[in-house]
Design a protein around this ligand. Structure first.
Ligand SMILES: Cc1cc2nc3c(=O)[nH]c(=O)nc-3n(C[C@H](O)[C@H](O)[C@H](O)COP(=O)(O)OP(=O)(O)OC[C@H]3O[C@@H](n4cnc5c(N)ncnc54)[C@H](O)[C@@H]3O)c2cc1C
Length: 508
């Protein structure tokens, strides 16, 4: 497969998380031969694996309309109603058909629950409708999907294969070029599905694993596909403020089960009617402002009304992680801080996952169906990856009229970029955290762009250089967007507006 002769498939899927696996499996059901590539050696290593809270299903007294309403409300007026309606309509049948019946994902059960399943409540959901497997839902879903991909004869799985470029010929995406074992590999297909996940690892504090460096946005930008709302980065309010600097996620479900956020004096501080279950952006900024006000390094998540045994059963991973930090969560509150968590924008797609570039589909976190608007409703991203990955794979597998021979120019081995020094990566992550974090100002964003320009000059030809256009996209998007809403917050504009109001209020 390596060398001059390109490999040919019907559909090429880049990424093996929930969206990529769903796309690949759906394409095979249409009779397509699929090649699925993952960046790392372990094909199960993806953001999907780390999802703790769960996946949206159908709750008691629930309806499609209610879920649509919750999605639209969380999205702060920016979500696509059509995408929300489609998710609400197709989500639960796909979870049941594929994940539960075909793949046997062992979701927690409850004899009294809807269809015998245990459903939990998460922030900004009207009813308990989140399916989970303890606190390791993503791990179980990823394991089941990768196992299905491995055993499907029509799928060729290629781990440790880093896609570097989309092959575009006469305005159409016809394949990918990748680095594998130091050589260039080219795979051509009549459809390419981008399912490369998010960009949390471009931030200093993040819940994402290190490989989530936003490669897919960079690939799409280089190939000329349209992206939108890259600056809508959702920050998770509650990552463990651990000793090693890693930000292990303390799932929203902890608050769903009654956990309450408190300041260092043990007082609740979120002045929102939903309290600790308010939308994520409100909670995250509330924590940041409390920390600034009090000088505290973190907030405290108190779930001490639950017993140690209950917590260990319900949240085994969180319980274990806290214990390893010497925190007994049944006796003391958990120290938490906000961290970059999810990219709500991305490569613009329609409801079949089609991008603006013919031959290129996108699904999952890298894509923007418009579902999340400017803020994602908890636990909708796994479902979005499943539903829209499935749709993208189905659509990409449809017979199309690709000319037999297109001129293609695959990458040359010299084009495999060198690694930038870790210091340079650290510098980018700091820029993103400080300039394009929870609270943004024009001044900070302009400084951030100047700092990125310096990195571009010094490291343009490296792996870091490849993702700098993504960082630039976030900073530029945030600078151009003066309206604060959802997860995008411009303090300078807020202050300007408050000043105007103050002037208007002056007596006489
Ligand atoms: C800690 C944590 C907890 C979360 N909890 C929840 C939750 O409870 N519920 C929920 O709905 N969502 C949750 N999310 C979000 C959710 O997990 C992700 O949005 C979702 O899994 C993304 O799926 P994906 O298939 O789009 O991408 P991923 O699962 O990230 O998969 C990306 C794939 O692309 C591959 N890839 C990337 N770049 C390249 C490249 N250049 N070449 C080849 N392959 C490449 C990777 O190797 C990987 O296989 C959580 C996220 C995190 C980090």
């Amino acid at each position: 497969m390596l060398g001059a002769e390109p490999e040919v498939a019907d559909v090429v899927v880049v990424g093996g998380g929930i969206a990529g696996c769903a796309a690949a499996l759906a394409a095979t059901r249409k009779g397509a031969e699929v090649v699925l590539l993952t960046k790392l050696h372990d094909p199960e290593e993806a953001n999907t694996r780390y999802a703790q809270g769960g996946i949206v299903y159908t709750g008691p007294d629930d309806s499609s309309g209610l879920l649509v309403r919750d999605v639209l409300e969380a999205g702060a007026g920016e979500s696509s109603r059509a995408a929300a309606e489609l998710l609400s309509r197709e989500g639960s049948p796909l979870v049941r058909g594929l994940l539960i019946e075909d793949l046997g994902v062992p979701f927690d059960r409850d004899a009294n629950g809807f269809e015998g399943l245990h459903l939990t409540l998460e922030g900004a959901h009207s009813v308990p409708r989140i399916l989970h497997v303890g606190g390791t839902t993503g791990y179980e879903i990823q394991y089941a999907l990768t196992s299905a991909v491995r055993t499907e004869p029509r799928i060729t799985l290629l781990p440790a294969t880093e896609v570097l470029d989309l092959v575009v010929s006469r305005g159409q995406c016809v394949g990918i070029s990748a680095a594998k074992d130091g050589e260039v590999l080219t795979v051509l297909g009549r459809g390419v599905v981008l399912a490369t996940g998010g960009m949390g690892a471009l931030y200093e504090h993040t819940t994402n694993p290190p490989a989530a460096t936003g490669d897919g946005y960079a690939l799409a930008l280089r190939a000329g596909a349209l992206v939108r709302d890259l600056h809508y980065i959702q920050f998770h309010p509650t990552a463990l403020c651990g000793s090693d600097g890693e930000r292990f996620l303390i799932s929203e479900a902890v608050r769903g089960e009654g956990g309450v956020l408190k300041d260092p004096d043990g007082e609740e501080f979120l002045g929102h009617p939903l309290g600790s279950l308010a939308p994520r952006d409100v909670v995250a900024r509330g924590i940041q402002s409390m920390m600034e006000r009090t000088g505290s390094p973190c907030a405290y998540l108190d779930i001490t009304h639950r017993s140690s045994q209950w917590l260990e059963e319900r949240f085994p991973a969180i319980h274990a992680r806290c214990s390893s930090e010497g925190i007994d969560m049944s006796r003391e509150p958990i120290p938490v801080v906000p961290a970059a968590h999810y990219a709500c924008g991305g490569v613009a797609t329609d409801l079949s996952g089609r991008t603006s570039l013919r031959g290129l589909w996108a699904a999952g976190e890298v894509a923007s169906t418009g579902l999340h608007g400017s803020n994602r409703l908890a636990s909708t991203s796994l479902l979005e990856g499943l539903v829209f990955g499935w749709r993208a794979g189905t659509d990409a597998a449809l017979p199309t009229t690709v000319p037999e021979r297109l001129p293609v120019r695959p990458l040359r081995p010299e084009a495999i970029p060198e690694s930038a020094p870790e210091d340079a990566w650290r510098c980018l992550r700091r820029i993103m955290w400080e300039r394009a974090g929870l609270v943004r100002t024009a001044e900070g964003l302009i400084e951030g762009l100047a700092e990125v320009e310096v990195l571009e000059e010094d490291f343009g030809g490296t792996d870091l250089g490849r993702v700098l256009p993504v960082a630039r996209g976030v900073l530029e998007g945030a600078l151009a967007d003066r309206r604060s809403r959802g997860c995008h917050y411009r303090l300078d504009v807020q202050e300007e507006e408050e000043e105007v109001v103050a002037l208007v209020d002056l007596p006489g």
